[in-house]
Design a protein around this ligand. Structure first.
Ligand code: 13P
Ligand code: SF4
Length: 298
């Protein structure tokens, strides 16, 4: 029996749900019950009747699933973290709040659970423009991604203060460059250019659409175009190619090593164990964070 069959058998026995982010290894995406972006994975975790959730992504995503569902949430590798999330602490946010009293605090889901306790509302790449646009104040504190903060300020016409001023994802802001997108545009002049809002402003300016990975999946499906340049983590192209066989997707070759820590062997190990990879959070952190995450889903 191959490892995929062993996983399917163990999954049935444990009544487990396997969730995979769009940046996971192809074989992990292929074994999952659902592949999606940060917002969609939170929704799926909540919707499912399964008591055990195997979360293939990075820790902030699995923590959000735990906070929203209270289920037994496991990660095949607990070292799969998002370095950007570590760029903003709860204490940093409190300092910004003291300087800008009365401002709405919007926290990107790519953040620690402790930082989320300071949020009025939490957002993802799929809804940050709406969440910031709908904020009841003209000044909004936003973090940890400064590229998204700058973009929201341009689009929503609000004063958006980035916390910290230079928070970023190395994959999106250093590996997806103007030169690489320019070269792909020269090679594929008919392609629609989709880039993630975590990319720097000059890369965003080269795109036809700036959107999160859920938006990319929808546009690829609905568009009449046959070719797409994909300005996000490379493995997104696996899902896009699988779902759109007649279309071509050109990635930039930017890989998130944390997203690659999850393997089939790791999935099987946590499925066969009672405690391995369990996500746990302080009850007080869950209590303080849940309302802001609920507002994100609403
Ligand atoms: P999405 O929510 O767009 O999938 O983004 C998550 C992420 O980590 C981007 O780097
Ligand atoms: Fe974090 Fe960037 Fe990896 Fe997304 S791609 S999980 S933002 S390091």
């Amino acid at each position: 029996m191959g490892i995929e069959d062993e996983i399917r058998k163990a999954k049935g026995r444990r009544n487990a749900l396997i969730l995979s982010h769009n940046y996971q290894r192809p074989e992990v995406q292929d074994i999952a019950d659902y592949v999606g972006d940060s917002l969609e994975l939170c929704r799926e975790a909540r919707k499912s009747g399964a008591g055990l959730v195997i979360f293939c992504g990075v820790t902030f995503m699995a923590e959000a699933a735990l906070i929203l569902t209270g289920k037994d949430v496991r990660m095949p590798d607990l070292h799969a973290t998002c370095p950007m999330a570590a760029m903003l602490s709860a204490e940093d946010i409190r300092k910004y709040k003291r300087i800008h009293p009365g401002a709405t605090t919007v926290i990107y889901i790519n953040s620690t659970a402790e930082a989320k306790t300071e949020a009025d509302v939490i957002c993802t790449s799929a809804n940050y423009e709406k969440v910031i646009g709908d904020a009841p104040t003209d000044t909004v504190l936003f973090g940890p991604d400064a590229n998204m903060a700058q973009r929201a300020a341009r689009i929503c016409g609000k004063k958006v203060i980035a916390m910290p001023a230079d928070g970023h994802c190395r994959i999106h802001s250093h590996l997806i460059t103007k030169t690489k997108i320019g070269r792909l545009k020269e090679l594929h002049p008919k392609a629609l250019v989709l880039v993630h809002p975590e990319c720097v402003a000059e890369v965003q300016a080269m795109a036809d659409v700036v959107c999160g990975t859920g938006g990319m999946a929808r546009i690829a499906r609905e568009s009449d175009r046959k070719e797409f340049i994909i300005g996000t983590e490379e493995e997104m192209c696996h899902r896009l190619r699988k779902e759109n066989p007649g279309k071509a997707f050109y990635g930039v070759g930017a890989y998130c090593n944390n997203m690659k820590k999850t393997t089939l062997e790791g999935i099987l190990r946590v499925l066969n164990s009672d405690n391995d990879g369990r996500i746990s959070l302080d009850a007080e952190i869950i209590r303080k964070t849940k309302p802001a995450l609920e507002r994100m889903l609403a």
